[in-house]
Write a protein that binds this ligand. Structure first.
Ligand code: SF4
Length: 301
């Protein structure tokens, strides 16, 4: 069988490990060349134009190329939670989510599985998948992983976590995150272009850039907003998130041991408005509740 990775191993993400995943080795993302997922179900906690009334057909994949110290889904990021599935089964899952009435197919943390997801999506389209496909990622995407998605993904729902390289190094072991995220966003924009919505306000095509405000990191957050807005204007939506929660039992640096204050978040929103941002999702009230994190017990796999 033809290798889905390069001759020199896995180069799917900017870690560029070269891990020989097709012979059982693993790299930073901790998974071999097989699909592992933790949950496939309708999900209601994305932005309104993604979740809608009926929910987003979400597949949570295991393993991660970033493994941020403050990760809210740490059990799947570390690949502790997850069940092995074939790409043929993934095709069936996509079609089952469509049957359940999902507004779209939502691939959460897909980067390190891009070739296998691509195969599953192509077959699903051949078998009648009509829904928009959302690539829901950490923003640290290699040229290789995004190439696999060309023509298959309609919506990029991507984080832009850091423009401060020192912060990216401290929290995600990725000092090159800012430069890689800029390149990735550019590639995403070349693939899907400007936003398109249907008559019910559901996104059909486009990009939403998410930024989770971290405690004490307002300067980084403002610089992210400034970069995205000055580069893409109203052609890319921003989603400014305030729900950072220090999880119990996590070994966090002191700087991350509290929630974001109301004042910090308001200052970020005011900054975005002063810049002229109008296409943005903002959060109201206290959304920092652990109950928003779904159970990763293999539902729907
Ligand atoms: S996807 Fe995983 S194995 Fe491949 S380069 Fe990235 S971290 Fe390394």
């Amino acid at each position: 069988m033809r290798s889905l990775l390069t001759d020199s191993g896995c180069r799917l993400c900017p870690r560029n490990c070269g891990a020989d995943r097709e012979h059982g080795k693993t790299g930073f993302c901790k998974v071999p060349a097989e699909l592992y997922a933790a949950r496939a179900a309708l999900h209601f906690w994305e932005e309104p134009c993604i979740s809608g009334e009926r929910g987003s057909g979400t597949v949570f994949f295991s393993g991660c190329t970033l493994r941020c110290v403050y990760c809210q889904n740490a059990s799947i990021a570390r690949a502790d939670a997850g069940r092995r599935i074939t790409w043929e089964r993934l095709t069936e899952i996509f079609l089952e989510l469509q049957e359940q009435g999902a507004h779209n197919i939502n691939l959460v943390t897909p980067t390190h599985y891009a070739p296998w997801i691509s195969k599953a999506l192509q077959r699903a389209v051949d078998q009648g998948l009509k829904l928009p496909v959302v690539y829901n990622c950490g923003g640290y995407e290699g040229e290789e992983s995004l190439r696999w998605m060309e023509g298959l993904v309609d919506i990029y729902l991507t984080d832009f976590k850091y423009i401060d390289s020192a912060l990216a190094a401290r929290y995600s072991q990725a000092p090159d995150y800012p430069e890689e995220a800029k390149k990735a966003l550019d590639r995403m924009f070349q693939q899907v272009g400007t936003p398109v919505f249907d008559g019910e306000g559901m996104m059909q095509k486009g990009i939403i850039v998410r930024h989770l405000l971290l405690p004490g990191a307002l300067k980084n957050a403002k610089a992210v907003v400034k970069y995205v807005y000055e580069t893409y204007g109203d052609e890319v939506y921003l989603s400014l998130m305030n729900q950072y929660t220090p999880l119990e039992g996590a070994n966090l640096p002191e700087s991350l041991n509290r929630k974001v204050t109301k004042r910090e978040y308001e200052r970020l929103v005011d900054y975005a408005l002063d810049l002229g941002v109008t296409n943005a999702f903002i959060q109201e009230g206290d959304t920092a509740k652990e109950s928003f994190i779904p159970a990763f017990e293999g539902t729907g796999l």
